[in-house]
Structure formats: C-alpha cells, structure tokens
Write a protein that binds this ligand. Structure first.
Ligand code: EPU
Length: 336
C-alpha cells in the first residue's frame, strides 16, 4: 500500500528537526509498491528517507522522498543454534534488537538503542560498542530503480566496511532497500571488549543478553542526546582513517590520543570526538547550534536551527581540527 504526499513538512521526519520541506514524499510498504510507483513515474531526483536519523537537509528538497513503512518481522529459518529473520525496511531498528534479546538471540544486543530504521542499517553499516550490523546481515533485498526490478544481495556482496557498504558506493542513487535478513545465534557470544561495556555489564550481574542491552542503553543515554528532545543525528563525523606514520607523529605530541588498529596494518583509525574535544569545542554553543557537551562527535540543534546553521558549525569544526592536527574529518551524516 503506498501513499503519496505533496509539499511535506520534514521537521518531524528528520532527527535534527530542521524545518525543511519536500515537494513529494511517497510512503511504500513493499517492493511491489515501488514497482507500481516507478511504472508510471520517472522522477529526475529522488532520495530514500528512512527514519531520518542520519540526514541533514540544508534546503527544501525539490525531488521525491521515498519512505519505507513496512514493519514486518518474520522468522524464516531455524537451524537449532541459529535463527534467521527477515525484516521489512520500515521497522524500527531498536524494536528488532529488543525482540531479539527477548527471544534469547545473540548478535544485535550491542547495537541497542541506535536510532535507525532497519532499511538504513546496511547502508552505512551502523555500528557501536565493537559490533556492526553487517556482522549479522545475511541478505539485503532492494528495488533497483534504473532496472525496475528486485535484487537480492548476500551479506558478502554488500561489502560492509566501517560505516560503509556497496549502497554508499556503486548502488548509490539506484537502490531502495525493501527488506533485510539477519542470522542470530542461540549460542551466547558476549562481546564486551569495548570501553566501559564489561564493567557496566558486571555491575548488572554478568553477561546475559538482558544485562548487556541494559548496559549499552545506559552508556548511550549518558553520552548521547535523545533526538526526541534535542535535535541531532548521532555522530556527525566519521572517525578518520590515516596512515600509521601520521598517527605516530601525533602520538609523539599527544601521548593519550586514542588509536584503533585496522586489518590493514599500515592504517589506523583515530577518534574524531577526541580530536574535536582537544580543539576545545566540546560543549561549544553557537546561536542555534552546538557541540554536545558529553560527546564532541555529535552536533546538536539548540532550537530553531536550519540545515545551513548546522553545516556552518560542521565547517568550523572541520577547519579547527585540520588547523590543529592536519587531519581532515568528514561528515558521516548524509548532507542533502
Ligand atoms: N572522546 C573524547 N572526547 C569526546 C568524545 C570521545 O575524548 O568528546 C574519546 C573517548 O574518550 C574515547 C574515544 O574518543 O577514547 C572514542 O570515543 P567513543 O567511545 O565515545 O566512541 P566514538 O569513536 O566517538 C563511535 C561511533 C558511535 C558509537 C561509539 C561507541 C563513529 C563515527 N561513531 O564513536 O556511533 O556509539 O563509537 O561504539 O564511529 C553514531 O554513529 O551515530 C554513533 C553514535
């Protein structure tokens, strides 16, 4: 079932709550709805707007926004040790995580409370606390707009990387994700290696699924602003990946700088939040925008900000980090 709206206010459809509008917005439930829509329309410009948690509208959108609203979750396989579940793109990510934890299924618990729709999760391979969505995704189905047909990719074909996938590369501008399949495990596999996670889980009595979910939710609530209260899109920037030599040069001056190893031994990941913090920008408040006071990676709408206000702050932050550390940080958020 699809619904078409015109001249749509986007304030409540983007987590930054910037007040922009879209010429047309189509809510769709299934790939058939998309096939139906694209059989009669050929929009010059379109964009998939999920729950709007990772997007910054800097102007009114003059094309067609496509929003998945199908929310079905269906168990499609059970091998004893593992369970496969197929989820429509419009389902809320945390409902899936909550359901999996309730069912005693491992794999998604570290990704508790991430604001996202299920269809958006594979695009930037959402991740937190040592886990990534791509670790459990076995297939993604999408509607291919130029070819007007449904395509199914295996998890491997999605080429998941750090905040990266084929959907941000070759399939950008042609794929509309309609459903995602996950393989979850009945066998306990606690993943407690990141930051405070092990300590917070211990405080709750040990590594059960429910305790891990509760610990992750508590850590997130402490550090990250609730988009329902304060407009934001989580991390605004990606953590930069640089040559090890660049990190070594900086470590000589800043011995406490966090450095994360990568599979490619010649490259390392740095913490953009730490770099921004060290520029003295954590808690910075401009007129209508600011840098969150507990996590410098997060830019916030202090009330009434436009997309351009947020971008001006983002540009200032990038400039300061580059001046101080010689490192270019890039937005993780899609700027439209
Ligand atoms: N740090 C600071 N100051 C800050 C922020 C961070 O010094 O203001 C330091 C921390 O002390 C730590 C390091 O930087 O040593 C990393 O910080 P943190 O563990 O908070 O994680 P992050 O690298 O800043 C990433 C993700 C988050 C995710 C957390 C936890 C990206 C772009 N961000 O942040 O994801 O929740 O790890 O796994 O990779 C999101 O994508 O929207 C998001 C919130």
């Amino acid at each position: 079932m699809k619904h078409i709206f015109h001249n749509v206010d986007l304030s409540d459809r983007n987590s930054f709550h910037v007040r922009q509008s879209a010429a047309t917005l189509v809510e769709f439930s299934s790939a058939e709805d998309l096939a139906d829509y694209f059989s009669s329309e050929n929009p010059a410009k379109w964009y998939v707007l999920g729950a709007g948690n990772n997007v910054l509208f800097t102007r009114n959108y003059d094309g067609v926004l496509l929003t998945p609203v199908g929310r079905q979750m269906t168990v499609i396989g059970d091998c004893g040790q593992c369970v496969s579940v197929r989820v429509d793109a419009g389902a809320e990510w945390d409902s899936l995580v909550e359901w999996s934890v309730g069912q005693g299924l491992w794999g998604l618990e570290n990704l508790s409370l991430i604001p996202s729709s299920v269809g958006a999760a594979p695009v930037q391979n959402i991740g937190a606390y040592g886990a990534e969505a791509g670790d459990t995704i076995t297939a993604v189905e999408y509607f291919d707009v130029p070819e007007r047909r449904v395509v199914r990719l295996s998890g491997e074909q999605c080429r998941f990387g750090y905040r990266d996938s084929i959907f941000k590369r070759e399939l950008r501008g042609r794929a509309i994700i309609t459903a995602v399949e996950f393989r979850l495990s009945r066998v306990a596999q606690p993943n407690l290696g990141y930051g405070d996670v092990a300590r917070e889980v211990e405080l709750r009595g040990g590594a059960t699924l429910a305790n891990i979910r509760e610990a992750i939710c508590a850590i997130r609530r402490r550090k990250l602003p609730d988009p329902a209260v304060t407009g934001n899109a989580g991390s605004f920037f990606k953590n930069p990946v640089v040559d090890r030599a660049v990190a070594d040069r900086l470590l000589a001056e800043y011995a406490d700088m966090p450095v994360y190893p990568l599979a490619d031994a010649g490259r390392v990941k740095l913490a953009a939040g730490w770099l921004i913090d060290r520029c003295g920008l954590k808690g910075y408040r401009g007129q209508r925008v600011g840098v969150h006071d507990r996590q410098a990676l997060v830019l916030v709408n202090l009330g009434g900000a436009t997309g351009a206000d947020v971008m001006a702050l983002a540009d200032m932050v990038c400039r300061r980090v580059e001046e101080r550390f010689g490192i270019r940080i890039e937005p993780e958020v899609n700027v439209i």
